[in-house]
Ligand binder design. Structure first.
Ligand code: PLP
Length: 259
């Protein structure tokens, strides 16, 4: 692509597109990409970039992967999409079976959603609906960790870190949730009573209104790449019977004992 075309594209982009986490008025540096392969992005001016964050950690197998490309091409010949209400299809069933096999035994069903934020919304609704069906409709609040990030939709934002998670801007419009301190026990250290003291107190104080605890296991990614001890999850699971995968505790124990 010539320099003139490259600049024209950037101007047109700036005039018509609002990019994520960028000013609405445009003008942020964006690089036109023409193709991608493995970890590399090919820019329109011939330069190459290494995408060290795998497209916000979505391209974990690398770009232009032949197996994924082939599966997409084969599927497109049959149908690109069909609604899921009242309908199903073989790839969905196969994927769900694979996920059930990969995850701990208590996680035995899959609900498909189209993004991380929507998955969080769905999970929050499931937790609240569970307690409603169990005759405890007051259990509607979530407990989250400070420094956490769970997405940019409204429910997800309500459980993001209240200081860095845009609560200052959207705070009044968000559901009011509860927050425990971020884990401080280092990745390869044991988690002591003092590390979960405040969390334990919050769970005890608010048990009648809490529907669920939401946590990024082992690494708080968007909140600063904060790695913490897997043992924290073992301690957390033991605090009280939170309704989640019963085998999480066993898996965390396994992780911890095989350090
Ligand atoms: C732990 C966690 N939850 C939720 C999300 C939101 O995912 P999405 O950007 O697909 O909405 C992210 C995104 O980085 C995440 O790291």
């Amino acid at each position: 692509m010539s320099n003139a075309l490259w600049e024209q594209l950037q101007r047109a982009d700036s005039a018509a597109i609002w990019h994520p986490y960028a000013p609405a008025t445009g003008g942020a540096d964006v690089y036109p990409v023409v193709s991608a392969s493995g970890v590399r992005l090919q820019l329109a001016d011939g330069r190459e970039l290494i995408d060290g964050m795998a497209s916000w950690w979505c391209a974990i197998h690398g770009y232009n992967h032949p197996v994924l490309n082939q599966a997409v091409a084969a599927q497109l010949k049959l149908m690109s999409h069909v609604m899921f209400g009242g309908l199903t299809h073989p790839p969905a069933v196969q994927l769900a079976q694979l996920l059930v096999e990969l995850t701990p035994p208590a996680l035995d069903r899959v609900f498909f959603s189209d993004s991380g934020s929507v998955a969080v919304e769905v999970a929050m609704k499931m937790a609240i609906q569970y307690w409603y069906s169990a005759g405890q409709p007051r259990k509607q609040k979530l407990l989250a960790l400070r420094h956490g990030y769970h997405g940019d939709t409204f429910g997800a934002m309500s459980v993001c870190d209240p200081v860095t998670g845009m609560h200052h801007l959207f705070g009044a419009a968000l559901a009011q949730q509860l927050f425990a301190p971020a884990p401080t026990c280092a990745f390869d250290a044991a988690c002591e009573d003092s590390d979960i003291h405040e969390l334990t107190a919050l769970l005890a104080q608010h048990s009648e209104e809490l529907a669920a605890f939401i946590v990024e296991p082992v690494v708080q990614g968007a909140g600063g790449m904060r790695f913490y001890s897997p043992h924290y999850l073992v301690r957390l699971r033991a605090v009280r019977p939170i309704q989640c995968a019963a085998d999480l505790r066993r898996d965390c124990h396994r992780l911890w004992s095989h350090r």
